[in-house]
Design a protein around this ligand. Sequence first.
Ligand code: F6R
Length: 249
Amino acid sequence: MRIILTKDYQDMSRKAANIISAQVILKPDSVLGLATGSTPVGIYRQLAQWYEKGDLDFSKVTTVNLDEYRGLSPEDSQSYHYYMEKNFFSKVNLRADRHFLPDGNNEDAAAECARYEALIGSLGGIDLQLLGLGHNGHIGFNEPAKDFVGSVHLVDLAERTIEANKRFFSSAEAVPRQAYTMGVRTILCAKKILLAVSGEDKADALFRTLNGPISPKVPGSVLQLHPDVVVVADAAAAGRLSRESGKDG
Ligand code: F6R
């Protein structure tokens, strides 16, 4: 695992975007696994700028997103479909038929999970998976639990996640209670993983993800098992990592 420490959010966004950019330059038909939330907004903005300048071409790229709320249609302004369209898809030359998310509108959870897992398999797997990190250590919507769930599944969102995500909704009550998410095996099968983390409020989660025991109580800790993970963290998010390594030295 490589950890790249950056000054601040902007620096983190630029360095993470550089890694995605290198992936697309080296393999123009890459399958990119994408994330939503606050963390990647700056990364998508940077990639879009490089596309605008003519430095990047997404015409052969395919994307698959980690997750989507259950019950929200793509047109819903709180859906992850909408977020991706607004922050990335509409800004670059990705083909409209080459970006995929779980279908939040599919009421048949078993069918939706099987469909999405099979879809990722049919693409030949993910070349580079971008991840953010939840305050409780979640990746995708793999919430702290007794056991890991391997494949795409329907999950009940943790209270802490509902609290964290209510800023995007009119109230906590308006946050959907369930989501479809890639499972930890789906994520670990990606050839490379890029974990982007920013802010002091993530310092504890990042420390436990990288240094704690591998446990479904901190879902991100499974990343310790992956052979090719790059963590790009700003100084605030890396605060506890830096403090604790200072104690050892
Ligand atoms: C989003 C996702 C989540 C977020 C995490 C961090 O697709 O899967 O795991 O990455 O909740 O969210 P932010 O970046 O908003 O702090």
